[in-house]
Design a protein around this ligand. Structure first.
Ligand SMILES: CC(C)(COP(=O)(O)OP(=O)(O)OC[C@H]1O[C@@H](n2cnc3c(N)ncnc32)[C@H](O)[C@@H]1OP(=O)(O)O)[C@@H](O)C(=O)NCCC(=O)NCCS
Length: 218
């Protein structure tokens, strides 16, 4: 499946693995700027995560819009302050479609929805933010009522980051307390044991669907 099923309440989260997809397979889908961004990274796996994310965005969003992937145009201009680079990437001429990318460890995730904002976050457990950092960012409420283990703290963290990415403010809003998080619905996504992930979407009836996407590039 390669197109957005247009059920009003569905948020698709496409899942890709850098263990199964190669840079050679995704490179033909990138424009010059995307290829340049990917090549800035020194480590091949960082290059692949970035390149795979944008190739996936072009393939999946192109199919949803019934347009060739190479025709899609994007902007990274920030809607909050006007900065040309650090805003939530969005489609130009994308109609009601919103999307968001996240990459960490083995995975690249692409969240896509119609008529609502979406955000997504994945973290590798080893190498992600530690408990001290998370509690500092989320405030002491993140630890209540029980003493949480690292995985459950990271789950709360990914849910919070997905919400912050949904609005495009990102980590600029940290530390959170006493600011309320933007209102939305969130879902924890079942990835493999070494990773934790969550998606967020603006309020309303909502179903999250995790979709394996490696076949688009293999
Ligand atoms: C966006 C941000 C949360 C990403 O955090 P991260 O954990 O390092 O990275 P993730 O893998 O989860 O997400 C990265 C992807 O998010 C997307 N992204 C970039 N900026 C974003 C933003 N402002 N909001 C939502 N998504 C954003 C991009 O697609 C990026 O991948 P790419 O660079 O390969 O295109 C973090 O970089 C951030 O907070 N940036 C600052 C935003 C800012 O300056 N806001 C000020 C508003 S005035």
């Amino acid at each position: 499946m390669d197109a957005l099923a247009r059920q009003a309440d569905e948020v698709q989260v496409w899942q890709f693995s850098i263990r199964r997809v190669t840079l050679e397979a995704v490179a033909p889908f990138l424009d010059q700027e995307e290829a340049r961004r990917a090549s800035r990274y020194r480590r091949p796996e960082d290059q692949l995560r970035t390149a795979l994310g944008w190739a996936a965005a072009r393939r999946v969003l192109g199919a949803a819009l019934l347009r060739p992937p190479e025709e899609l145009r994007f902007s990274r201009r920030c809607r909050h302050c006007g900065h040309a680079e650090h805003g939530k990437p969005r489609l130009l001429d994308g109609g009601a479609i919103d999307f968001n990318l996240s990459h960490s460890g083995d995975f690249v995730l692409l969240a896509v929805a119609s008529d609502r904002l979406v955000g997504v976050d994945v973290e590798r457990i080893a190498g992600g933010p530690g408990p001290v950092e998370i509690l500092r960012w989320l405030g002491p409420d993140a630890a209540a009522p029980e003493a949480p283990d690292e995985r459950s703290l990271l789950r709360r963290w990914t849910a919070a980051e997905a919400r912050l990415k949904m609005t495009g403010r990102g980590l600029a809003d940290l530390p959170l307390a006493p600011e309320p998080l933007p209102s939305c619905v969130t879902a924890s996504l079942p990835l493999d044991t070494g990773h934790v992930a969550a998606a967020a979407a603006s309020p309303g009836p909502c179903q999250f669907r995790l979709i394996a996407g490696d076949h688009l590039f293999t």
